[in-house]
Write a protein that binds this ligand. Structure first.
Ligand code: 13P
Length: 249
């Protein structure tokens, strides 16, 4: 089974309506990428979902949220439901990012419940897993990631995307070596209910300079890009690397 590549930008807590011009610059490349078998997704903050969706219309750019609540509505001040982000124009939602696991104490059980809510609302969840530096140094990386996966992935997750993001590589400029990434992605694939059909992204300091070699790995089906996704030149170069990787196969 061939899996389409997915290059996803996680804007985290960045972006205002004055940044909408970014999408005009991205659009031609997203269209080229889509034709070459590479999906391009941007996950702006919740406040920008509807403006971005309105701005992009029916362009090739896919739109995702960065979180959702487990409930469809209710007394949860400050939270946003999966149905709401779907209604705002998102098709994807990042769940269980390490920043949410650490900033908000999110557990894998909560991530699993959020993923169920997302699927019910018609969203594709991007479920993040990854070990800390201490855990890797202690030889626990596979155990931790295996446990996170087992507890975060709902049984009915036919459409889920997995993102392997070693916590120590996020925003640090450090990336896991291609052989570490290859081993972890191969391990993750053996743990999936639909191994051949599930996309596994790598995230953690993906930049134009390392995207090519990471995207060329067998079990790497794309990237979840933080900092570099805020810069159209860098994000565009990462998308190009994925397009060239597809063309080379
Ligand atoms: P950086 O690409 O900035 O390291 O962030 C990675 C990330 O957390 C994407 O979700």
């Amino acid at each position: 089974m061939t899996r389409r590549m997915l290059i996803a930008g996680n804007w985290k807590m960045h972006g205002l309506r004055s940044d909408l011009g970014f999408f005009d610059q991205l659009e031609p490349q997203a269209a080229l990428a889509a034709a070459a078998g590479v999906d391009v997704l941007v996950c702006p903050p919740a406040t920008l979902l509807a403006p971005v969706a309105g701005h992009c219309g029916d362009s090739a750019i896919l739109i995702g949220a960065q979180d959702c609540h487990t409930n469809s509505s209710g007394a949860h001040t400050g939270d946003v439901s999966a149905g709401m982000v779907r209604d705002a124009g998102a098709g994807y939602v990042i769940l269980g990012h390490s920043e949410r696991r650490s900033d908000h104490g999110e557990t894998s059980a909560l991530v699993c419940a959020k993923a169920e809510a997302a699927i019910m609302a018609g969203l594709i969840p991007i479920i993040c897993v990854g070990e800390t530096r201490e855990q890797r140094e202690a030889g626990e990386a596979f155990g931790i990631v295996g446990a996170q996966l087992a507890a975060s992935l709902p049984a009915a997750a036919r459409m889920a995307v997995i993102a392997y993001e070693p916590v120590w590589a996020i925003g640090t400029g450090l990336t896991a070596s291609p052989s570490d990434v290859a081993q972890m992605h191969a391990f993750i694939r053996t743990r999936l209910p639909r191994p051949a059909g599930t996309r596994i992204l790598y995230g953690g300091s993906v930049k134009p300079g390392n995207a090519g070699e990471l995207m060329a790995l067998d079990d790497v089906d794309g990237a979840l890009v933080g900092g570099a996704s805020l810069d159209i030149g860098q994000f565009g170069a990462i998308i190009d690397a994925a397009i060239h990787g597809c063309a080379a196969q």
